[in-house]
Ligand binder design. Structure first.
Ligand SMILES: Cc1cc2nc3c(=O)[nH]c(=O)nc-3n(C[C@H](O)[C@H](O)[C@H](O)COP(=O)(O)O)c2cc1C
Length: 551
């Protein structure tokens, strides 16, 4: 990644250059309507049958809106996490090393460095420049995310900065914000148990009798900083320090022009303002990451006091709504390692290999798959099930344990494990007292949800999976390809393997069969003939057989 060496980490422009070099960026110079066409176009790569590695970031350079008005600023969608390859480019390490990099950054945060001159202050708009059509927020090409349902262009790729009025520590969260006027928007900070970091600050400002909370909404920052927005870090930990931990050097920050907050110096756009702590305003409908439309609710209005930006900014927008989406990829890559670390390191559970948050449609929120090694004691499997189910209040309503031969992204394989490896009366438990979590929740807001735990691991050895062994499938694949037959997309399981119950004598017989020597097997079995047995009586070579019957 080519980076400004004095800074030591890439900004969004340099990141886009890296994506372009790796073939991960599509540049669109056709005119595109940001209100009705832009998000639906990118959506096709999530619903059009493309594989995850085929997804790209999309940079739109000729944007107009539903009024036919043209915009000069480009918009990029998918630049942070359209797929893992893009996320890994932003993290500056291969996909397999992302978790270790997160762990290291959280353990070794680096405080930011305050600079006087910042790129994000190259253009400063305030006062009259924020008032009226075509000015302020209305000059920004913010897309409508879910045309046909959403009521406003909505900021999605945000890093929303607020400060704890008691401790002075800043928070940074990704929260949506709907545009309402050229100088007003409405932010949604979740009020769930624990609350979004910004919401907890809002409560403190309210308690102190302060009528406004200073806020800076950053659009487009260095990827290391962008990743902080959706990450679940402990409350009270300043995300910019962890971003410094990812970068390995201090992140450059500058004081806002109208609010006493530190913003990343290389931000593309910063919207500064004051959040009203008294009045709320209806916001949404908006297509939410839980996969349903969030209906209208009262949220926090913010009066914009300044918009600052780089001379040639790029505006990022996240595709969210139904998973998979950029929103689910960015969260998945970050959250799954936290689940695994919790089970393996905090709870010290032996045999846990991974936690997979199910993505398509369920959106990481409702179904978690815990992978454990075959032979993991049942008590440890159940500790893992409970640990994963209750690690986060709004994830893992349904938690399923499987062995490591099951691909957790393959729902067919999971159903197969449930069908053959689980005895419902022994291996399924339901537990009461779960909050409703992030989801459509209009009807019975106070009702509790509950939890379903399933142990779909093998309880003992089983016969092999009935497909030809790997070497034979690979040999046949070479022939398939030589014949020019249609391109294969192997779906695990695509070869047979042992599940523990298999004897060397059967291996030897199978080897003779593939060598065309089955007649020898016939001679062996002829010598083992018995009388007085019921058909389907088991026979295990080398062991005592046909107990109690004419042996
Ligand atoms: C695209 C996207 C949109 C999000 N929108 C919101 C939102 O509107 N409100 C919210 O509270 N959380 C939202 N989240 C989740 C938060 O970013 C996440 O809970 C994060 O941990 C919040 O940071 P905090 O813990 O510092 O508050 C969103 C995440 C993503 C990736």
């Amino acid at each position: 990644m080519k980076t400004d060496l004095r800074r030591g980490y890439p900004d969004l422009h340099e990141h886009l250059a890296t994506l372009a070099k790796r073939g991960l960026l599509v540049t669109i110079d056709e005119p595109v309507d940001k209100d009705s066409e832009l998000h639906p176009l990118v959506r096709w790569q999530f619903v059009g049958g493309l594989d995850e590695p085929e997804r790209r970031a999309f940079l739109f350079r000729r944007i107009h809106d539903g009024r036919g008005r043209k915009y000069s600023m480009p918009v990029v969608v998918g630049a942070i996490a359209a797929n893992r390859a893009i996320y890994s480019a932003g993290m500056g390490v291969p996909v397999e090393a992302i978790q270790a990099k997160w762990d290291h950054a959280i353990a070794h945060p680096v405080a930011p460095r305050v600079v006087k001159k910042a790129e994000c202050h190259e253009v400063v708009l305030a006062g009259a420049a924020l008032k009226g059509e075509g000015r302020g927020l209305d000059m920004l090409p913010i897309p409508v995310s879910t045309p046909g349902f959403d009521s406003a262009p909505t900021l999605t790729a945000t890093n929303v900065i607020t400060r704890d009025p008691e401790t002075g520590v800043q928070n940074m969260g990704t929260y949506r914000a709907a545009l309402k006027a050229s100088d007003r928007l409405v932010v949604r900070m979740a009020t769930r148990v624990g609350g979004a970091g910004g919401y907890l600050h809002y409560l403190k400002h309210q308690k102190r009798g302060e009528k406004a909370m200073p806020c800076a909404i950053v659009l487009g920052c260095p990827p290391y900083v962008a990743f902080m927005g959706p990450q679940k870090l402990p409350i009270g930990l300043d995300e910019i320090d962890v971003a410094g931990g990812l970068a390995g050097v201090p992140i450059r920050v500058a004081k806002g022009r109208t609010v006493d907050l530190l913003v990343p110096a290389e931000s593309e756009i910063v919207i500064e303002g004051l959040i009203d702590t008294e009045w709320l305003e209806p916001e949404a409908p908006f297509g939410e990451s839980h996969g349903h439309i969030a209906l209208e609710e009262f949220n926090m209005p913010m009066r914009v006091t300044a918009i600052t930006h780089r001379r040639e900014p790029v505006i990022p927008s996240y595709l969210s709504q139904v998973a998979p989406s950029e929103s689910s990829v960015i969260k998945r890559v970050a959250y799954e390692p936290l689940f695994l670390a919790h089970l393996r390191d905090t709870l010290g559970i032996r045999g846990v290999k991974g936690v997979s948050l199910h993505e398509p449609l369920t959106g990481l929120l409702r179904v978690s798959i815990v992978t454990v090694e075959k032979g993991t004691p049942r008590t440890e499997v159940w500790r893992a099930l409970h640990g994963a189910a209750f690690f986060k209040g709004d994830c893992s309503k349904i938690t399923i344990a499987v062995n490591d031969d099951i691909d957790p992204d393959n729902a067919h394989a999971i159903l197969w494990a449930m069908a053959y490896r689980m005895n419902p009366v022994e291996d399924v438990k339901t537990l009461p007292h779960r909050g409703q979590g992030h989801g459509p929740k209009r009807e019975r807001e106070d009702d509790e949800d509950s939890t379903l735990l399933m142990d779909a691991t093998m309880k003992g050895d089983m016969p092999p999976l009935a497909l030809p062994k790997r070497e034979y499938m690979e040999r046949a694949r070479a022939i398939w390809e030589k014949l020019g037959l249609p391109k294969l997309r192997p779906q695990p399981p695509w070869y047979g393997y042992s599940l523990g119950d298999w004897l060397p004598q059967w291996d030897e017989a199978a080897l003779r069969a593939v060598a065309g020597r089955y007649l020898e097997n016939g001679k062996i079995s002829e010598k083992l003939r018995r009388n007085g047995l019921k058909p389907e009586t088991k026979f295990r070579p080398g062991e005592a057989n046909g107990k109690g019957a004419g042996s």
